[in-house]
Design a protein around this ligand. Structure first.
Ligand SMILES: [Zn+2]
Length: 455
């Protein structure tokens, strides 16, 4: 953590904090990794200055669910169904991962997230085939310098997923003791749980109790549409008496209205991954249905085996899908969509933080919060001229506009480049890892089977 002061000068501050609001030609003063002041013409002695003219200054994005370990097999299933994904990724590909594959997956995946302005990542890690795999996953996140929630899941393999009789690995207790004795670090621990239906009900009870015994949050996939499978995950969790405000429900795409009500009543949060849900057929993204009930909704990437690893795509997909949902049956009824651009940006920032119970630390720019800050170029050919900064972020910007990224005041990207990263080395390791993993499953294209060129 830098003890130096950092003064971000003369940007358009989109704080996402109701008290701070938007500040044109604004400054942000950072001290000891935290935001000290936001305003105009801030005077600060001995501060390193960052010129943000022609840029939006905004909170980093929060991605509340990504299986970061899949980075070495990016794009292996660009256009699959959920049935196919389960069979290939969890049934086969994951079994070929070595610890070093998990490490480079998490390292490169976290760098990819940072490069796109994601400063907080919930790594939903169900690749814990051995304790070495878990250690490698955590090390990969650490090496990237990202703020993360390491959500420890089960090993890969089908035996863990259909009314499984296998309890969540006890190794999570070692991980808690070894890496997460405090909950104040840049990386914190959660339990990536299987819903009752994925595991049998006794196992689900065991797993929920395990998380609560460890004092950590729970993240769980629910309501995904799979062929011939009819399981009401949320109802099951409710019937077992396990629902609570410490749980984030991912997808909820096939959940009933009653189940969505139960999430609201028990104080849970949601993670919607609209691109993958529409691509693979999980069901319609329930963003609007959840928001109408007052359930906090966040956004997530899920899998880079099929989905771009940044949040601009997620915001735009969530937005336009809600508008399709607001279509009327007849032109005699006016089209009156309700979800706004600002609300979508909230889902990708402060609501993401809320879903991880980090809303007091990150997700918006305000004095006292962690300095997780993104500078987004507005003087680029795809963003200029700026009229509405929220529209610029949600509609026009992409990763090429992410000029600078700070995590707890530490620069991880400056002037469009990741800081202190040997990208050639990272990419060489990704190629090697891809070749190792996919050569086992006959998924490696012939052209990629050539020896990896020396960097
Ligand atoms: Zn997922």
């Amino acid at each position: 953590m830098s003890s130096q002061r950092l003064l971000i000068r003369n940007g358009f501050v989109v704080s996402m904090d109701p008290d701070v609001g938007d500040v044109p030609s604004g400054d942000v003063l950072v001290e000891d990794g935290k935001i000290a002041e936001i305003g105009r013409n801030i005077e600060a002695s001995e501060a390193e200055e960052v010129d943000a003219a022609g840029m939006i200054v905004m909170p980093g994005f929060v991605d509340t669910h990504r299986h970061t370990w899949q980075t070495p097999v990016r794009g292996v299933l660009p256009c699959c169904t959920l049935d196919h994904y389960f069979a290939v990724m969890l049934g086969s590909v994951g079994g070929h991962y070595r610890p070093e594959d998990v490490h480079i997956g998490n390292h490169a995946g976290a760098l990819e997230a940072l490069n796109g302005g994601v400063t907080t990542l919930l790594d939903w890690s169900h690749i814990n085939n051995t304790p070495d795999h878990s250690d490698a996953a955590i090390q990969g996140l650490k090496d990237a310098g990202i703020r993360a929630i390491y959500a420890h899941g089960v090993p890969t393999g089908g035996e863990w997923w259909a009314f499984s009789e296998l309890e969540h690995p006890e190794d999570i207790r070692r991980i808690r003791d070894t890496y997460f004795s405090s909950d104040d670090g840049l990386i914190t621990l959660a339990l990536a749980a299987r819903a009752p239906g994925n595991s049998n009900f006794e196992v689900a009870k065991h797993d929920w109790e395990l998380a609560r015994d460890l004092g950590i949050r729970i993240s769980v996939h629910v309501g995904m549409r799979l062929t011939d499978i009819h399981v009401h995950h949320v109802k099951n969790i409710h019937d077992l008496g396990l629902m609570g405000p410490d749980t984030t429900y991912i997808h909820c795409t096939d959940s009933t209205d009653e189940e969505l009500d139960l999430i609201k009543e028990t104080g849970g949060t949601a993670s919607v991954a609209p691109y993958v849900e529409m691509l693979m057929g999980h069901g319609p993204p329930p963003t609007g249905k959840l928001l109408q009930r007052g359930v906090p909704v966040s956004l997530s990437v899920d899998v880079v085996s099929s989905v771009p690893g940044e949040m601009f795509t997620q915001m735009r997909t969530a937005l336009v899908f809600e508008r399709i949902g607001a279509f009327t049956d007849t032109p005699d009824e006016a089209f009156a969509p309700t979800l706004t651009h600002r609300e979508v940006l909230e889902l990708a920032t402060i609501e993401g933080a809320r879903a991880c119970a980090l809303q007091d630390k990150v997700g918006s720019l305000a004095p006292g919060k962690q300095a997780d800050i993104v500078l987004l170029k507005t003087n680029a050919i795809n963003t200029a001229p700026m009229v509405d900064p929220i529209g610029t972020i949600v509609v026009f910007a992409d990763t090429s506009n992410v000029d600078s990224v700070f995590v707890a005041g530490r620069a991880v990207k400056r002037n469009g480049e990741l800081v202190n990263v040997d990208l050639d080395d990272v990419i060489r390791k990704l190629d090697e890892s891809r070749n190792h993993i996919l050569s086992h499953g006959e998924l490696l294209p012939n052209w990629a089977a050539e020896p990896v060129a020396a960097a």
